[in-house]
Design a protein around this ligand. Structure first.
Ligand SMILES: Cc1cc2nc3c(=O)[nH]c(=O)nc-3n(C[C@H](O)[C@H](O)[C@H](O)COP(=O)(O)OP(=O)(O)OC[C@H]3O[C@@H](n4cnc5c(N)ncnc54)[C@H](O)[C@@H]3O)c2cc1C
Length: 452
């Protein structure tokens, strides 16, 4: 027998995803006697809560999306693999990922799946081309191009109707992301771009927030929701509640009000922040378990120890898991990562999975910024808003941004934007705006046509 086969093999942990769940899981295994392989389809760890600041020209991509490989470069027991996970085999304990034409099969002893969620269009996927969501770096850059590009087009057109269409911005969904992005579009129009155009007045832009529920920020309760709504209205945002979007096309969108009235809003720039759909990897895992199911959004209804039935070494965490009372927020993913890695480590010491205490979520609250110096914040029963809430938002986001350099640059950028008028990241390119359509066309060309 060769020496290499006698040598003890270390426990192999495969982590899928480099978001909050995946990255925190890898970091919490730093001192463990394991080999970690982190596989993700993006090269970076994305700080999603600040995507809207990339979309509106405040921060650059690098500040919110540091390279995962660089974050983990000193962690000797961890390797980072770029690849789209296309298969998970729970029986043979392997993960199959693809990068271009290369396929790689990675074996595991323990698996942590933190593949997150994507935007949901509630079955109307054709809306996406006209109303991008905000989940990825590409989304944020495309939206920056569309938002600033709309002002550029309005400056050039000689048609009054087209100018009005270009200067109408619609954000669909009044959750934290919708509120934050609509607030920033209003600030761009009223503050940042003041005096920068010659034939249009950017402050004449119509900025609209559409929500199907009867309130803004529904999960934060009526008091904070109303505060956020009043603040947005003061900034010139039209808030349309009880309003459903029934169609989206190039020229605008159609909405249906509570009384059934349908009407058109002509607008060039639309942002979708209305729903989430979990990664399809959730269903792949659930189908191989001993009866674990997924909810309507595709999230895995995990066991109390965040595993799937019959597979105590397979953890599903973050936005991909469904645990009652745990919101789809960064804290849910981070705490899930800490819990899963703790039990992988105690498993190495012989812990029986049957004796695991259930995962307990500690609610640290939620918050949303509305404009500069103004936010709403909820911690347990405590609710507050205004400048104090904004300071809390600032501190928390700085704390969780990865890397000292990123924190420093973010502080400088915020100083420039919030105290002054400037925004350092106003560059846009045609390719950012049209890349999605070009990719769709390429895919269409590559799909073999059915012979009729
Ligand atoms: C715009 C926006 C604003 C937000 N604001 C806040 C906020 O203010 N506060 C808050 O607490 N939360 C906020 N959230 C939610 C928070 O970002 C998520 O809850 C959190 O990111 C979930 O972490 P995760 O690790 O489960 O998933 P994600 O962070 O989404 O990471 C998923 C990872 O999986 C990878 N992946 C997916 N599929 C595959 C595959 N097939 N193969 C390989 N890799 C794959 C992705 O590349 C990514 O690295 C916001 C989210 C968004 C989109």
């Amino acid at each position: 027998m060769s020496v290499s086969t006698i040598a003890r093999r270390r426990h192999r942990v495969v982590i899928i995803g480099s978001g909050f769940g995946g990255l925190f899981a890898a970091k919490h295994l730093k001192r463990a006697d394991v080999d970690v392989t982190l596989i993700a389809k993006t090269t970076h760890h994305l700080f999603q809560p600040l995507l809207y600041q990339v979309a509106t020209g405040i921060l650059s991509v690098g500040e919110i999306a540091p390279a995962t490989r660089m974050i983990l470069r000193k962690q000797k027991n961890a390797e980072v693999l770029l690849g789209d996970v296309v298969g998970i085999d729970l029986t043979n304990k392997t993960v199959t990922s693809k990068l271009m034409d290369w396929e790689r099969v990675t074996p595991f002893d323990s698996l942590i799946v933190a593949a997150g969620a994507q935007q949901s269009y509630f079955g109307n996927d054709h809306f996406e081309a006209f109303a991008p969501g905000m989940k990825t770096v590409d989304d944020a850059l495309e939206l920056r191009g569309r938002i600033l590009g709309a002002f550029e087009a309005a400056e050039v057109t000689t048609s009054q109707a087209e100018r009005e269409r270009r200067l109408t911005f619609v954000v669909v969904g009044a959750g934290p992301t919708g509120v934050e992005v609509v607030g920033q579009i209003a600030e761009l129009a009223h503050r940042t771009l003041e005096g920068a155009f010659r034939t249009i007045d950017p402050s004449e832009a119509r900025v609209i927030l559409i929500e199907a529920a009867p309130a803004v920020l529904p999960p934060m309760g009526p008091k904070l929701g109303l505060k956020a709504q009043r603040r947005l209205e003061k900034m010139g945002v039209e808030v349309m509640l009880n309003t459903m979007v029934t169609n989206v096309d190039y020229m605008g969108l159609t909405v249906k009000e509570k009384d059934g009235t349908e009407r058109r809003i002509d607008c060039a720039c639309k942002v979708w922040s209305a729903g989430v759909q979990a990664s399809p990897l959730g269903r792949i895992i659930a189908e191989q378990s001993d009866g674990t199911e997924c909810d309507r959004a595709g999230r895995v209804i995990v066991e109390p120890d965040l595993t799937v039935k019959g597979h105590p070494a397979v953890f599903v965490i973050g936005d991909l898991m469904n645990v009652p009372g745990v919101p789809g927020q960064a804290q849910g993913a981070i705490q899930g990562a800490v819990y899963a890695t703790k039990h992988i480590k105690s498993g190495l010491k012989g812990e029986d999975p049957a004796t695991r205490k259930p995962f307990k979520y500690l609610d640290k609250g939620s918050m949303a910024t509305i404009s500069r110096f103004n936010a709403v914040c909820q911690v347990g029963k405590l609710e507050f808003s205004g400048f104090l809430a904004w300071l809390a938002w600032l501190g928390l986001h700085l704390y969780y941004l990865v890397g000292g350099r990123n924190r420093l640059i973010a502080v400088i950028s915020w100083f420039v934007t919030f105290l002054g008028r400037g925004r350092g990241q106003m560059a846009i390119t045609e390719r950012w705006v049209f890349a999605r359509r070009a990719m769709d066309q390429v895919q269409e060309q590559q799909t073999p046509k059915a012979i009729g």
